[in-house]
Design a protein around this ligand. Structure first.
Ligand SMILES: [Zn+2]
Length: 182
């Protein structure tokens, strides 16, 4: 294995430097809610949006915990689970299932963490717009990380991951998201 760059541990989770992070720092930061700015279908690739359903959409996390870390959000801007109607809840979870299946077929993970962080206290980076996290996991990935003392390694570029996943979603585009899992 190549020698890893020295990092400031500082007691918190650190990520290795990666080129896409520098790209993000240089580019203008999006203003406002990142999930609401995703409403139009222009520049989906640039925004790392992989898939859209009538009520929700799939976006790659720019700061992933693992390769293939996806986010699913309703279009409606709300932080409150109680504001989702039944159609939105069904659509959201069907989309989570779609993400799980797309990741399974492209990256063969051995497990998943799927969940919602509600509120800053729970670790939500964007706490004003509900979203679900789908994080693929592989046996030993935590051991690997602990060996590196809280370093998270992102060996695959975000766009490379996007290009692997996008055709899987494209194949079911236009079909009924809920009754037709991948
Ligand atoms: Zn929003």
């Amino acid at each position: 294995m190549r020698a890893l760059p020295k990092i400031d541990r500082g007691g918190s989770m650190e990520r290795l430097w990666a080129p896409w992070r520098m790209e993000y720092i240089i580019n203008d930061k999006p203003s406002g809610c990142i999930f609401c700015s995703a409403e139009t279908s222009e520049r989906d690739r640039e925004r790392l949006i992989l898939h859209r359903t009538p009520l929700s959409f799939v976006m790659m996390n720019r700061y992933p915990y693992t390769n293939g870390h996806l986010l699913v959000a309703p279009y409606r801007h709300t932080a409150d689970l109680n504001e989702l109607d039944e159609a939105e809840m069904l659509d959201l979870f069907a989309t989570v299932r779609l993400c799980r299946n797309a990741l399974q077929s492209t990256a063969s993970p051995q497990g998943f963490n799927i969940g919602i962080n509600l509120g800053r206290a729970a670790g939500a980076g964007v706490d004003e717009h509900l979203h679900l996290h789908i994080v693929p996991r592989w046996n030993g990935d935590t051991n690997f990380m602990s060996v590196l003392d809280d370093v998270r390694v992102m060996p695959e570029n975000l766009i490379t991951t996007y290009e692997r996943l996008e055709p899987v979603f494209a194949a079911i585009r236009g079909t009924d998201n809920i009754s037709r899992p991948l």
